[in-house]
Design a protein around this ligand. Structure first.
Ligand code: GDP
Ligand code: MG
Length: 438
């Protein structure tokens, strides 16, 4: 049967892309084995990484340090009595006790005396911690109410994602509004059979992954769009992998069926090769043939979304301080920082003190996806938020805080941490530009 690429990537702590690159270098035919590879092949890759690790571990005289060590701890690492280190420190002009923390520089100096090197390593999960949720409200079962599903459309470039999102939105906009609705919007809500569905236009698979990494997974159902004249392509496979890794149910929209060269059956065949067996063939993958351009069969697609969502029993507690995720944000000349947020839990109100990444402030105004000012926004509602001190990043968590001071303190702490990390490693700086790159 083999192992799925995203699973192996997870196991080896790699991005899917990185693993795929490695497989390519090993001359493993990726087109036909994109989402699964043979166990034997997986073992070869595993071995490569194991060797690397043991090599690193066996590097003699290197001490890996995540944080500061005390005199006693460093002594243990160097296999030297702490008293000896204390004497050494006195010689260096420092009075130290056995439980005293040593800074990097001092540790390096001491270690060098004994022929050791100190290597600073980054602790795990650090990033999630500082940008994660601050408040830990426990929702009681009886406080939970059904909420609308949040749907993300993903797929290969030019397969019709934007056309589909626009078409769905248009069906829900009144005549008078239509003119003003042409501008891009990061998230919107529509009504299907009197039920609300929220659509999230994540700027790319990157954003999807980054939200998930921050514990801000916002998607309940993934629509994977595949053009019937083009078939399953690399980014389709990536999208499938992302959705599966996030354990989000998938609906496949087979698009462009109006085209004379459309081959929907071929798409189904290719999906099977990637582990998605369609319902007609005994699997559980729902596919809906559509034309986003001609607006064909969109109702059926939306009904499938509702059906899938119903099975998830999506609930939230509207009666508590809100948290959510930033979908996009920008600096508006007249209005200052404007952030499109998706409320995940609770209700966001005008006047709430909020923190979003390293921005903070007080909700001055909120504007819904129809351009109307609103006073409050409940679970699964997308809303533009005005009043932040700064422009947060897509994927940042937004959270209501008990006071303004509180929000500011946390934002400042994050800002400091962010700067410190940027100095250490440029890679840790996630900014909007990175996320919007496709
Ligand atoms: P995206 O890159 O996935 O956002 O793709 P777009 O929505 O921008 O669509 C790419 C191209 O395919 C555009 O020229 C669309 O007009 C066209 N397109 C999208 N959906 C359909 C469809 O259902 N039928 C046909 N014939 N063309 C489509
Ligand atoms: Mg597009």
């Amino acid at each position: 049967m083999g192992i799925r690429i995203y699973q192996l990537a997870d196991e080896l702590d790699l991005e899917n892309k990185e693993l795929i690159d490695i497989l390519q270098e090993l001359d493993i035919d990726i087109n036909s084995h994109m989402s699964t590879i043979e166990e034997d092949t997986a073992d070869i890759v595993r071995d490569m990484f194991e060797e690397e690790e043991t090599e690193e571990e066996s590097l003699e005289n290197v001490i890996e340090v995540e944080d500061v060590l005390t005199v006693k701890e460093l002594g243990e690492e160097l296999d030297v009595k702490p008293n000896k280190l204390i004497t050494e420190l006195i010689n260096m002009g420092t009075m130290a006790t056995i439980n005293q923390d040593l800074d990097m520089e001092t540790m390096e100096e001491l270690a060098a005396e004994y022929g050791y090197q100190i290597k600073e390593v980054e602790g795990e999960d650090e990033e999630e911690d500082i940008y994660g949720l601050v408040n830990d409200y426990e929702d009681k079962e009886e406080d939970l109410e059904l909420r609308p599903p949040v749907v993300t459309v993903m797929g290969h470039v030019d397969h019709g994602k934007t056309t589909l999102l626009d078409a769905i939105r248009k069906t829900n906009v009144t005549e008078g509004e239509a003119g003003g609705i042409t501008q891009h919007i990061g998230a919107y809500q529509v009504e299907v059979n009197d039920q609300k569905v929220t659509f999230l236009d994540t700027p790319g698979h990157e954003a999807f992954t980054s939200m998930r990494a921050r514990g801000a997974q916002a998607t309940d159902v993934a629509i994977i769009i595949v053009a019937a004249d083009d078939g399953v392509m690399p980014q389709t496979v990536e999208a499938i992998n992302h959705a599966q890794a996030a354990e989000v149910p998938i609906i496949v929209a087979v698009n462009k069926i109006d085209k004379p060269n459309a081959q929907p059956e071929k798409v189904k065949q290719e999906l099977t090769e990637h582990g998605l067996v369609v319902e007609e063939w005994g699997g559980d993958t729902v596919t809906v043939p559509i034309s986003a351009l001609k607006q064909q069969n969109l109702d059926e697609l939306l009904e499938m979304v509702l059906l899938t969502a119903e099975m998830e029993e999506l609930k939230a507690n509207p009666n508590r301080p809100a948290n959510g995720v930033i979908v996009e944000a920008e600096l508006d000349r007249g209005r200052g920082p404007v952030a499109t947020a998706l409320v995940k839990n609770g209700t966001l109100n005008i006047g709430d003190y909020i923190v979003a990444g390293s921005a903070h402030g007080r909700v001055r105004a909120m504007i819904d996806d129809h351009g109307q000012r609103v006073e409050k926004a409940g679970p699964a509602t997308p809303v533009e938020v005005l009043g932040l001190s700064d422009v947060p990043s897509a994927g940042d968590i937004l959270e209501v805080m008990p006071s303004g001071t509180n929000a500011r303190d946390i934002a400042e702490e994050r800002e400091e941490e962010k700067r410190a990390r940027e100095l250490v490693d440029h890679k840790t700086a996630v900014n909007l530009d990175d996320l919007f790159e496709q």
